[in-house]
Design a protein around this ligand. Structure first.
Ligand SMILES: NC(=O)c1ccc[n+]([C@@H]2O[C@H](COP(=O)([O-])OP(=O)(O)OC[C@H]3O[C@@H](n4cnc5c(N)ncnc54)[C@H](O)[C@@H]3O)[C@@H](O)[C@H]2O)c1
Length: 277
């Protein structure tokens, strides 16, 4: 999509962090923006409107198919349809696979994976009908490598990467001009280390082992000291949409670990720990 001005970008998880920064970066390009989140959107909406674009906003839970579909309908009504959809809302859960509670698995996969599935199911047919536009799915480097201690999160993000790759193949096979990107950042200082603030009571967390608690502290520090800002990542997303680039790898240093994983697979040897490379 070379020309963004006057088009419509929809962003889930727009109240905070990467989603907020993406919404404002698209508004800086002159795009009208549709904002969705479980959290209050008044502030980001006001910031977008200051940029002179039209906005709409909806409080929703991306793990609900009905609510995501209602968001798409709201945009059709209020902004005349969607050109760019960013399926971005996400949460993080620490812990080894056997320690994570059913609540950890259900909540995290509900938001990180089902949220993207619902976004694809509601928005892609609309983009195809307009024969244009772009889908940006937020995964993570944890969707390409498997850092220890975050089994549930890694599963959700690997699923988002393959969902996005397959979506791109299927659209191309059908001759569609709808573009796809998958965003795979490493640590960026946002509210992600405090994702528990959004956990519904019906999905209680598992008991955290000392190892998990220690790793959680380490992750918090790593996220807080991330060198790229949410605004830097958002600018990379805007560039990728314009250039129709599929993989958005904002942290090139991680490519060594990605290469190591690919080599281990091809050589059929045990996976090396990407955090120890
Ligand atoms: N920050 C990082 O280091 C990093 C790295 C890689 C990937 N990511 C991914 O980036 C995305 C955005 O996260 P962030 O880092 O900006 O964190 P953040 O916590 O600042 O923002 C996440 C947003 O999603 C919203 N949200 C949570 N559950 C929701 C639900 N059920 N329905 C709708 N909205 C919901 C939150 O309210 C919040 O506004 C996530 O998918 C995350 O996994 C983040």
């Amino acid at each position: 999509m070379k020309e963004l001005k006057g088009k419509v970008a929809a962003v889930t998880g727009a109240a905070s962090g990467l989603g907020r920064a993406m919404a404002l970066a698209f508004a800086d390009e002159g795009m009208h923006v549709a904002l969705a989140d479980v959290a209050d959107l008044a502030d980001v909406r006001q910031q977008a409107e200051k940029r002179g674009v039209r906005t709409t906003a909806m409080k929703l839970d991306v793990s609900s198919a009905e609510e995501v579909e209602a968001f798409a309908k709201l945009i059709d009504r209020e902004l005349g349809g969607t050109d760019v959809i960013c399926n971005n809302a996400g949460v993080a859960t620490p812990g080894a696979a056997w320690e994570a509670s059913l609540g950890d698995w259900q909540w995290t996969l509900g938001v990180n994976l089902w949220g993207v599935i619902h976004g694809v199911r509601s928005f892609v047919p609309r983009l195809m009908a307009r024969d244009g536009g772009h889908v940006v799915n937020t995964a993570s480097v944890a969707g390409i490598i498997s850092p220890p201690g975050s089994s549930v999160y890694n599963v959700s993000k690997h699923a988002v990467v393959t969902l996005s790759e397959t979506l791109a193949h299927d659209l191309r096979e059908r001759g569609s001009r709808v573009g796809v990107s998958v965003l795979c950042p490493a640590y960026v200082p946002t509210g992600i280390s405090n994702a528990e603030r959004n956990r519904p009571a019906q999905y209680p967390p598992g008991e955290r082992s000392p190892e998990t608690l220690a790793r959680q502290q380490m992750m918090k520090k790593a996220v807080a000291s991330g060198k790229l800002s949410a605004d830097d990542v958002a600018r990379a997303v805007v560039q990728a949409v314009k250039a129709e680039r599929f993989y958005i790898l904002t942290h090139p240093r991680i490519k060594g670990a990605i290469g190591a994983r690919m080599e281990d697979i091809l050589q059929e040897r045990p996976p090396r720990n990407p955090m120890a490379l």
